[in-house]
Design a protein around this ligand. Sequence first.
Ligand code: UDP
Ligand code: MG
Length: 156
Amino acid sequence: MERTLILLKPDALQRGLAGEILARFEKKGLKIVGLKLMKMSAELAAKHYEAHKARPFYPGLVKFMTSSPIVAIALEGIGAIKICRNLMGATFGADAAAGTIRGDFGVSRSFNLVHGSDGPEAAARELGLFFPEGLVDFEFGAYRWIYDPDEELKKG
Ligand code: UDP
Ligand code: MG
């Protein structure tokens, strides 16, 4: 099982799309192991977007992400990182394929509704930043119907 960090960005909440976006991940078969409504501090934004510090869009990105509350979500599943990135779609809403979250709900290059970790190292680092208290572990009965227990679940 793999875990990933998803953020519902300020535009998702302000536009009343938080539930609908979370539902996409949930319906796909990902298990929610962390969920938090929070205001992102400038310090947290700087740590989270550290890799983008030198980019021209960085100041605007931090301003946007700290402007209004976000929802931080930890999701678990086999191959969860790539599955979530596929559900999100391309970075810029106007380019994102129809059927993806960004493709269906947005057109902007910066207000793009959702963040998802882009690899295992980023996921571990970002989950530590947003859920320093740890995640919630529980038995998820649906797994035996989401995955083939004799094949996929055995390999984990
Ligand atoms: N972003 C932006 N302008 C750009 C590129 C990125 O405002 O030209 C913002 C956008 O909100 C994006 C975030 O910076 O989601 C992080 O960029 P990244 O390239 O990591 O895109 P993502 O991984 O979110 O698809
Ligand atoms: Mg990224």
